[in-house]
Design a protein around this ligand. Structure first.
Ligand code: NAD
Length: 348
């Protein structure tokens, strides 16, 4: 099976690329290499005969047509996006252009290719999206996002992802394009760009800098280990039902404050400070405007229909992640010099 993976030099896309190559697939990695990318994320497979890189921007429709014609994929896994909520608050236009117009271009390029090849039934366009499209939940633990939860996006990022989900469903209903969709919870793990909460906390802790917690830290997320997510995505592209969407969660609900305290405990164990605990560095900062209170995924559909469940608990996944950052300073150190990294963004 040959797949185009867009955004394969990013955090989740690179995990998909690495696992897909390991599982015997042919991969065409399509990425514009924005500030959030790191092509070294796929260094372990870059010389593999089944791997090709295309330095292409999904806003460039002609380039996408050329990529489809040259590589003739069996499926597309579309992950390329602007992904940082705080940056979407400061500058939403790139989120509209890449996440909405870029997805439109991907759909049209895929549809052209699919039509030219007489509409193969087994072609797939897999759109990777977020649980943030569903809005914010109350603290009632009995209520979770299901695949039929109405859309209620509240940030420029989640609104742009919601728009792209609607386009993908429309291309299926209107043109018959064989699509599948997934909406996942917050990912963490190796190769996470150092502007997101988990790597910020690990790297600030190692530098004895304050560990910033937005608001009172009570915002709840369902944390998903990135390698588990990539495994779930490859399960869906192979066995997901056409036209269907699947929610992917880590079965690991916890508040931001609990998450940071767990990270501190792991760091205390793996890399102790000279005195005191890393928890002493926790600092509460101004909240993000419109900060959603709680996200939680009901994973029943993917579990019951495709037999998929996450493989790690949050403690196991975070321990692997902390160890990876301790072992890979050469990877993260240069990324800290990228534009905006280490600065407080998105205060509105
Ligand atoms: P990321 O920011 O780490 O990587 C995005 C990649 O897309 C980068 O390599 C970047 O260069 C590329 N890209 C951006 N704009 C592009 C363009 N115009 N043309 C081509 N390539 C472009 O993102 P991520 O965290 O790996 O997220 C991947 C996908 O998963 C996104 O669609 C995101 O919305 C979704 N998602 C992420 C999370 C999460 O917790 N990280 C949760 C739910 C859903």
């Amino acid at each position: 099976m040959k797949i185009i993976v867009t955004g394969g030099a990013g955090f989740i896309g690179s995990a998909v690329v690495r696992q897909a190559i390991e599982s015997g697939m042919d991969v065409v990695n399509v990425d514009a290499l924005t500030y959030a990318s790191c092509i070294e994320n796929v260094a372990s497979v870059s010389d593999h005969p089944s791997y090709v890189f295309e330095h292409v921007d999904i806003r460039d429709r002609a380039a996408l047509d050329r990529v489809f014609a040259d590589h003739r994929p069996d499926a597309v896994m579309h992950l390329a996006a602007e992904s940082h909520v705080d940056r979407s608050i400061d500058g939403p236009s790139e989120f509209i252009e890449t996440n909405i117009t870029g997805t439109f271009n991907m759909l049209e390029a895929a549809r052209k290719y699919w039509l030219e090849n007489r509409k193969p039934d087994d072609f797939r366009f897999h759109h990777i999206s977020t649980d943030e499209v569903f809005g914010s939940l109350s603290s009632d633990k009995n209520i979770m996002f299901t695949e039929t939860t109405p859309y209620d996006p509240r940030s420029p990022y989640s609104a742009s992802k919601a728009a792209s989900d609607h386009l993908v469903r429309a291309w299926h209903e209107t043109y018959g394009l064989p699509v599948v969709l997934t909406n996942c919870s917050n990912n963490y793990g190796p190769y996470h760009f150092p502007e997101k909460l988990v790597p910020v906390v690990i790297l600030n802790a190692l530098a004895s800098k304050p560990l910033p917690i937005y608001g009172d830290g009570s915002n709840v997320r369902d944390w998903l280990f990135v390698e588990d997510h990539a495994d779930a995505l490859l399960t869906v592209i192979k066995r997901g039902k056409v036209g269907r969407s699947y929610n992917i969660g880590g079965e690991n609900e916890c508040s931001n404050l609990e998450l940071v305290k767990t990270l501190c405990d792991i760091l205390d164990d793996l890399h102790p400070r000279e005195s005191g605990s890393y928890q002493d560095l926790i600092t509460f900062v101004t909240d993000r405007p419109g900060h959603d209170a709680r996200y939680a995924i009901d994973p029943a559909r993917i579990r019951e229909e495709l037999g998929w469940r996450p493989s790690v608990t949050i403690e196991e996944g975070l321990r692997k992640t902390v160890q990876w950052y301790l072992d890979n300073e050469d990877w993260w150190r240069p990324l800290q010099n990228r534009d905006g990294v280490g600065k407080r963004l998105g205060t509105g």
